[in-house]
Design a protein around this ligand. Structure first.
Ligand SMILES: [Fe+2]
Length: 203
């Protein structure tokens, strides 16, 4: 079973280098020189949603950890989809496929949530591994039961982490939209954990 690393987010956040200081508004100088409008299209705009820049940055550090965990868990689930063997091969092969597809979609939505908050999404494999609290699978020839229990432990770690994040982001960062988003994501992990628990005959 995968050992768990510390849960504190450590992924560095790459902020968008843009016109954030004025909330993304065009400058008077641009209006005067006729560039207003052109530059609005050329530059990224910081969202003006009454959430401070510091708060969205802190939220996106947490979201970056979520994206990293989703990347690691996606690869692990797909690895198991390919390599599972045994009398339950067919059902496990299909459940793992269903779950890695859910994780792929969830990761896409989480990364795009970061972009909606005006920050850059980290998308390389090494950033996923460095930013995740989950561990990549390095073992070969695992039996099916070990695979199911390993994935279950990872989903349960995600659920615990997301529950803490929802509280922090809603109460401390005052970002109800992102808190709702993570709440829905947590429920997806709960659903996948339920399937794995049933497959492992754990109730
Ligand atoms: Fe396949």
């Amino acid at each position: 079973m995968a050992t768990q690393k510390e849960t504190k987010p450590k992924a560095a956040l790459s902020k968008v280098s843009d016109n954030s200081a004025n909330g993304g508004n065009s400058t008077n100088a641009n209006k005067q020189n006729g560039l207003d409008g052109q530059l609005d299209h050329a530059r990224p705009r910081r969202p003006s949603v009454d959430i401070g820049l510091d708060m969205t940055a802190e939220t996106c550090v947490l979201l970056t950890q979520v994206v990293s965990n989703q990347g690691v868990l996606y690869v692990k689930t797909r690895n198991y989809h390919w390599n599972v063997v045994g009398p339950n091969f067919h059902s496990l092969h299909e459940v793992f496929e269903k779950q890695y597809k859910m994780l792929e979609k969830a990761q896409d939505e989480t990364a795009e949530r970061i972009r909606q908050l005006g920050h850059r999404a980290q998308g390389s494999l090494h950033q996923f591994i460095e930013g995740a609290t989950l561990r990549d699978e390095e073992r070969d020839n695992l039996d099916a039961d070990t695979m199911v229990r390993s994935l279950l432990a990872d989903h349960e770690e995600c659920i615990r982490g997301l529950r803490d994040m929802v509280d922090t982001i809603e109460v401390d960062h005052e970002d109800v939209g992102t808190a709702d988003f993570l709440n829905a994501l947590m429920q997806k992990h709960e659903m996948m954990a339920w399937m794995l628990r049933a497959l492992a005959n754990l109730g």
